[in-house]
Design a protein around this ligand. Structure first.
Ligand SMILES: Cc1ncc(COP(=O)(O)O)c(C=O)c1O
Length: 374
């Protein structure tokens, strides 16, 4: 049986060429290719610095260090995300203060976030705000930035799923003190494993370059650091993919548009709402909402039986066993997140998905929903 995977990287001879160049050069870790990647990445988004990292998680961790997060500090973030965003706070022994999402956009509720900033800032323990641009939809940053600036609190964007997204002409990752990008193979562009910390702040960039390399400062080590370096083979992939980014995003847009058109006529599911005017989504995954009467587990097994991968995106972070045990979170605390986590389903999605494959996925989904309703 033919299987349709959830995601697939888009690799062409251009990637092969640059990876081969690195292999022949002998510079497999730090080297000119990583510098090229950093320079082109920063230039692409008009930033002063792009610091290449071994993963998006590493970039988030370093951003938390740069923001000054340490023991028992509070960081406002969303429970509807990939677990790495909240984990990055815990790496520095900070405490996530979750704010629920807007049920339509799935990003952190901006007014509730601004309120939380006002109420927590006087404690002196609020160190940073970490909004996540979920599935390539940017969080509404303006109210968050306004409140954070008023109290001198750092804002870090988790832009791991949002390379190339824009809000009113501003790119994801360009509204805050620093932003994290991730390039796992399911992302819009990939480096295999890899990430970038992007910032205009010279102090953050200098710290990030040191922390990713064991805390090195010249010939000495003057802080605790890690091995968060990006290797040059990944950087070569990154350079080729970044140069093809417009093409990669356009192909993903076309696949999403085809899904939207077909699924608009399928009962029992809703596609996600179009973004507001001025918002441009860089498509990370294709997610649908199942109506309350539809049994998602049965849908997933019916799709699997036809060779189609699907996935729950995202399970709520606060309800994961580790978070329940550590912080005492329980069901009902973040109802919009819990409703999204209970009803959303990610379908196969990448730029080279054929029309036949999309139709096969949609037909299979529709058939299972009809079967359940009968
Ligand atoms: C929202 C979000 N944050 C953080 C990450 C972590 O990135 P990485 O897997 O490169 O560590 C990812 C992706 O995996 C993500 O989707």
């Amino acid at each position: 049986m033919k299987t349709i995977g959830l995601s697939a990287p888009d690799i062409t001879p251009e990637e092969h060429l640059l990876v081969d160049e690195v292999l022949r050069s002998g510079h497999l870790s730090f080297g000119p290719m990583m510098e090229t990647f950093e320079r082109e990445f920063a230039a692409r988004f008009g930033a002063r610095h792009a610091v290449a990292m071994s993963s998006g998680t590493a970039a988030l961790h370093v951003a938390m260090i740069a923001a000054g997060v340490h023991d028992n500090d509070l960081v406002i973030t969303t429970p509807f995300s990939f677990i790495a965003s909240a984990n990055s706070i815990l790496f520095e022994r900070g405490i996530p203060h979750f704010v629920d999402i807007d049920p339509e956009t799935l990003t952190i509720d901006p007014a509730a976030t601004a309120d939380a900033i006002e109420s927590l800032a006087p404690s002196g323990r609020l160190r940073a705000i970490l909004p996540v641009h979920v599935f390539g939809r940017m969080a509404e940053m303006e109210p968050i930035l306004k409140a954070a600036r008023r109290h001198g609190i750092a804002v870090i964007e988790d832009a791991c799923e949002a390379i190339g997204s824009q809000s009113d002409g501003v790119f994801a990752g360009r509204c805050s003190d620093a932003s994290a990008f991730g390039f796992y193979p399911n992302k819009q562009m990939t480096t295999g494993e890899g990430g970038v910390l992007m910032t205009d702040r010279d102090d953050y960039a200098a710290l990030a370059r040191s922390v990713r390399n064991q805390g090195r400062n010249g010939y000495e080590f003057d802080r605790l650091g890690f091995n968060y370096r990006m290797n040059s083979i990944s950087a070569a992939l990154g350079v080729a993919q970044l140069r093809r980014l417009d093409e990669l995003l356009t192909k993903r847009d076309a696949v999403a548009a085809r899904y939207d058109a077909i699924l608009a006529n399928v009962a029992g599911i809703r596609t996600l709402a179009a973004p507001r005017a001025g918002m441009r989504i860089s498509r990370f995954v294709y997610v649908v909402r199942l109506d309350p009467g539809v049994d998602r587990d049965l849908v997933m097994s019916a799709l699997a039986a036809r060779g189609i991968e699907s996935r729950v995106y995202f399970p709520a972070i606060h309800l994961q066993p580790f978070y329940r045990e550590r912080f005492g979170f329980t069901e009902g605390m973040f109802p919009n997140t819990e409703a999204a986590a209970a009803t959303l389903l990610a379908l196969p999605f990448h730029g080279n998905l054929s029309t036949e494959e999309i139709e096969y996925v949609c037909d299979s989904l529709a058939a299972e929903i009809v079967r359940q309703a009968a």
